[in-house]
Design a protein around this ligand. Sequence first.
Ligand code: GCB
Length: 618
Amino acid sequence: MKSFQILVTLILLINIAVYSEAQNSLIINIPNRDTISLNGRWKYIVDPYENGYYNYRYQPIDQQENASQVSEAIFNDYHPINKSERVEYDFDLSGELNVPGSWNFQDDKLFYYEGNIWYRKKFDCITTHNGNRVFIYFGAVNYETHVYLNGKKLGMHLGGFTPFNFEITSFIKEKDNSLVVKVDNKRKKEGVPTLNTDWFNYGGITRDVALIDVPSSFIKDYCIQLKKGSISQIEGYVNLDGTNAAEKITVEIPELKLKKEFIADKTGHALIQFSIDNAVLWTPETPKLYQVNISSSESQVTDQIGLRTIETKGADLLLNGKSIFLRGICSHEENSIRGDRAWSIDDAQLILLRAKELNCNFIRLAHYPHNENIIREAEKMGIMVWEEIPVYWTIDWANEATYKNAEAQLSDMVKRDINRANVIIWSVANETPVSDARTSFLTKLISKARELDNTRLISAALEKHTVSENPPVFAIEDPFAQYVDVLSFNQYLGWYDGLPEKCTRSKWIIKFDKPVIISEFGGDAKYGYHADKDTRWSEEFQEELFIRNLEMLDKITQLRGITPWILTDFRSPRRLLPGIQDGWNRKGVFSESGEKKKAFFILQDFYNKKLKVFESKE
Ligand code: GCB
């Protein structure tokens, strides 16, 4: 091979390596950092055949020999150098979409669109000062994202619900930056989630986009939490980025008059350990947050951190050593009034105030990591949280890339929220069919979760198994059940399995000495449709179903919480029945426009009673 050819091949290989690299490792605590929002109106081009990405031989343009030249033409300003190739693409002549926001509700033609869309945002960056570094941060983009700045590819990201960032220090200009983002929400067999789900496949840039301005060495992520089982020891870490010598780290909690110093090693990692006295612990009733200041030689971050412990003892669930009952509810990440993905603080309030009205102290954020705003708002309001990744139903269990994808989503979710006191459970899966491949996939995930965070509880929403039909007897016979801290399962007696009266005849055999959470039960009702309690889809049917289920479930001695399915009716393309469902899963105790169904009051009353029983034990 001639030396020139070798050089070209090498450049090509380097390009491919760079391009296939995912994001830089995650920067956390964006709400408290110096950022410039890139939210707002973005140009977009719908490109279902991905002609902006593939050439006519279906080769990705950004991985060819002359990648940088070509990509500059395509991804920069859309004034292509090689006009004969991409002359049809012109952002300036194209329409605009709101970011954050899914594309489905901003253009009628895109309602059910699953495919590729190009976004472009032009911006100036007057704040870059000498020596500082700049990153671009995406709260979430569904599902596969490729990001280009001023014609240079920054990288790609898989997964629709976790944040990612890229460093852009050497690509950013003071004026007239062109940020181009390729977003593709096609469902894929090997994806996480896979092809089949029971929720709407919102496409696009669904959460905040921001520039983060940091010094050359900065605090990237950290964990400042109580050590497992201790109410007087803090244990955690701080990670710096950009350091090449040992650095001093200071952790300060002014309200407790605490100031501690640590040394980060050359890799930027510092172990944090210190004692605290008389801290007010975080509880749903007193959701106390302390201001914590962390500083290194060049950077500072502040966070609002709550201190609490969460443990199990036999079948008991202990918050700060006291037995609790989780008065929960499941929720999707939707603002049902606006009719789109929820992402803002206002959206979070809408969801959480409904949960509060039900008397909830717990929410299961199903079936993927929700936005950071809802976690933080829930923390302030005293609502504990179950977070999960979209390892849902059938996943391509034997596929190594699928596993890596699920693990990356788990890691980013845990990293982002590791300082949130209200997050008490990480869940690794929902209703996954038992097989050896699945159980080994999930046990790997569970060990990863424990490696990342040894303080919280791990669970998964499992399924019931029928021991006998007559009389109806059910059990949990899943080999994965032995690995979880909390035994959670979904069951739909009275809806998919018999009528509500079946609950009254049914028995449960739970052989595990672990706390039990019923992670789902429920049935559909169309708000305002009234009939007798035997008529499916009526509010009366759903009411009866709640009454009977609650009676049955309350008899399970290990029961320490429930999260019925679901707070609010949500969009699902699987739910077609005209006049009743019309594209909505109707299992909400609220309708999509926020009206309460009869089942709401049954659940509210049940929680009132639980509250009184647990208060009187104190
Ligand atoms: C389930 C799933 C949930 C569905 C629900 C239903 O078991 O976990 O995602 O939406 O059932 O309504 O059937």
